[in-house]
Design a protein around this ligand. Structure first.
Ligand SMILES: [Zn+2]
Length: 420
């Protein structure tokens, strides 16, 4: 063990100790209008007495940070220097930031806390951002093809002469307000805390022992948002907004695997978002780290095999059943929290929603955002082996302007077999 006296104490304080409420820790009044009245979420570990949240920053990467500290490469006393890290766009605050029910899975004041809580930050309180905004250029083969085909034009503003697309991108780490999470799921907060503790193998004892701590930074994936056009237009319902809410699919999104429609639908969304920005609208792609319907990639690959080896082959008729057999549930994404990301940007109206999922559509509408048009993936973009998924989803009620196939027709929609 290389930890030395410069680092934090090696003495382990169990969260089950009583009397852990310190006067240094500030209260959090979720939904309060003034940031200082709301209070910063303090989940850094450099001063345990100032902490007012369960868990810590960086989602699942907190484990890698711990490993860096364990091998002596990273000082646990390090405090980030946030000079020049602030957002290039003055996002918010929007009325949604002051409603304790609109956002329960992210902390809007986690954007530029060194500005919102400047007096506290200057006093040395280690307040860390859970949201960051920057700018980038995208170079994507499908988009360059769209430019070559004349579907997107080089305007120097959204699309550069090098065929790059200019974007503002936003990274958002999860910060859960537990009473709000329980309320959204319609469960008792105590039951929720107990089950979160038990089903993570007892990962966060404070879920049980510190009922006074209402915020938790769960060790799960973040969300990234790409904005095409002026990010401040997102909050203006009169400006046309094209939006895709996309759940991660590494196999298709990154590697081009043809068993599903994820990358083609994502690329179509990016193209349409850029086109909307070019006609003075705004585009937004939200990318949620919820691999394999939030069941993970191992489960996903097992399901692929189970589908492809089943008697009668991989058919649209049996698509959902195989997932449930392996995983125990068809889908674990909880779209109830997905619209929080849209609320953060002050969105009130989506003119063109690129999603066929009824769960996503209903969650967005239920959150108070109006949806005008729903856009399904054009048939010509569906890869060879993905028709099984597409037809099964349509038959299960996913939105498509042409409707769905009947039961017998679904049996004839088959995918490739495993080559053994
Ligand atoms: Zn996929």
């Amino acid at each position: 063990m290389k930890l030395d006296s410069k680092t934090r104490s090696n003495h382990v304080i169990l969260a089950s100790h009583t009397n852990l409420k310190y006067k240094e820790s500030l209260p959090i009044n979720w939904g309060a209008q003034d940031p200082l009245e709301r209070g910063p979420v303090v989940a850094s570990l450099t001063n345990s007495k100032a902490r007012n949240a369960i868990g810590t920053h960086s989602g699942s990467y907190a484990v890698y940070r711990a490993l860096s500290i364990a091998n002596g490469k990273f000082s646990p006393a390090h405090k980030p220097d946030l000079h020049n890290t602030q957002s290039p766009v003055p996002l918010g605050p929007y009325p949604q930031w002051f409603d304790p029910t609109k956002m329960v899975s992210i902390d809007p004041w986690g954007l530029d806390p060194q500005i919102h809580f400047k007096s506290l930050y200057d006093q040395g309180l280690d307040i860390r951002p859970s949201i960051a905004v920057t700018q980038a250029h995208l170079q994507i083969p499908e988009i360059q093809q769209a430019i070559d085909a004349g579907r997107l034009e080089i305007d120097g503003k959204i699309v550069t002469k090098n065929k790059d697309i200019k974007v503002t991108k936003v990274a958002i780490d999860p910060v859960w307000y537990l009473p709000g999470i329980a309320n959204r799921l319609n469960v008792d907060e105590g039951d929720l805390r107990r089950i979160l503790f038990q089903e993570t193998g007892g990962m966060y004892a404070e879920l049980i022992t510190r009922r006074d701590l209402k915020t938790w930074l769960p060790p799960i994936g973040s969300t990234t948002v790409y904005i095409f056009g002026d990010a401040l237009d997102l909050a203006k319902p009169e400006v046309e907004l094209t939006c895709r809410v996309h759940d991660e699919c590494n196999g298709s999104d990154v590697f081009g695997s043809d068993i599903c429609t994820c990358r083609p639908y994502l690329m179509y969304g990016i193209e349409d978002a850029a086109r909307t920005a070019q006609r003075n609208g705004v585009g937004l792609i939200a990318y949620y780290r919820k691999e394999g319907r939030a069941l993970g990639e191992v489960t996903k690959f097992l399901v692929y095999n189970a589908r492809k080896r089943q008697e009668g082959g991989d058919t649209a008729a049996n698509y959902f059943r195989r997932t449930e057999c392996v995983a125990g549930v068809e889908d674990a994404r909880f779209q109830e929290f997905m619209p929080d990301i849209l609320q953060f940007f002050g969105i009130q109206k989506i003119h063109n929603l690129h999603s066929m999922s009824n769960m996503k559509y209903e969650a967005i509408v239920k959150s108070g955002i109006e949806v005008v048009n729903r856009i399904s993936i054009p048939d010509g973009l569906i890869p060879g082996d993905a028709s099984v998924e597409m037809e099964a989803k349509k038959a299960a009620g996913y939105f498509h302007q042409d409707g769905a196939l009947n039961k017998n027709e679904l049996k004839n929609i088959k995918g490739r077999k495993i080559e053994e």
